[in-house]
Design a protein around this ligand. Structure first.
Ligand code: TYD
Length: 210
């Protein structure tokens, strides 16, 4: 039978560092796979061989803030061209730890760069393309910072930022959610993981499997 497979869906996870996305991403991937879907789990910056090299630089190499912003989009362009678009076209669902909302939150909200420049970059890198669903993990920066401190690994360029930086990042995420309520769901992340997981499962079921 020559039946074309339906296009995959694109789900992204966002939030300040230490918001607790990782285990919930794994749960969503398992949930989708249990429904018989093929799922590609990825992350930004990163997701391709080149993107992972750029990630290494972005997380550890001192650089000008506009260089940082453009490298985020360069890595994203590669990610879309080499991995995300082909996967979605093949019917694979793509779950990414961060995407363009992170650039608005961190580079515009946190770093204070001019938002107007970013819509031009966004239109260049992914014209007319957005995630089908974005889950923003929201919690007070002081709780998130305590979680990051407990991981025992050396903090990267972003994790070393102070609380006011993460307050701005958080506010930028919430503002984006307010502007795109049909795409972005805010998850209260300072709750037990099982509760968060149940809420996310309900959101995914309602959004895609009703
Ligand atoms: P993350 O994968 O959450 O880091 P970790 O592996 O430590 O959990 O994200 C890496 C960092 O990159 C994070 O601090 C946010 C930052 N970032 C931006 O500043 N802009 C972006 O566009 C993206 C995708 C990430």
């Amino acid at each position: 039978m020559n039946q074309t497979r339906a296009r995959g869906r694109f789900i992204t996870f966002e939030g300040i560092d230490g918001a607790g996305k990782s285990s919930q991403i794994a749960a969503v991937v398992a949930l989708l796979q249990a429904r018989g879907l093929t799922v590609d789990q990825t992350r930004e910056p990163g997701g391709t061989a080149l993107g992972e090299k750029l990630r290494e630089l972005l997380l550890h190499e001192p650089m000008n803030l506009e260089t940082e912003a453009m490298l985020m989009f360069a890595a994203r362009r590669e990610h879309l061209a080499a991995r995300i678009h082909p996967a979605l076209e093949a019917g694979t669902w793509v779950v990414s730890d961060r995407f363009t909302d992170a650039t608005y939150a961190y580079q515009v909200g946190g770093r204070g760069l001019d938002a107007a420049k970013f819509s031009a970059l966004e239109d260049w890198v992914h014209p007319g393309f957005q995630p089908d669903l974005t889950l923003v993990f929201d919690l007070p920066p002081e709780i998130a910072a305590a979680r990051v401190a407990n991981t025992g690994t050396a903090p990267d360029r972003f994790e070393r930022e102070q609380r006011d930086f993460f307050e701005r990042v958080r506010a930028a995420y919430l503002e984006r959610a307010r502007m795109a309520p049909q795409r972005i769901c805010v998850i209260a992340a300072d709750r037990p993981p099982e509760r968060i997981r149940a809420e996310i499962e309900a959101i995914v079921a309602e959004r895609f499997f009703r």
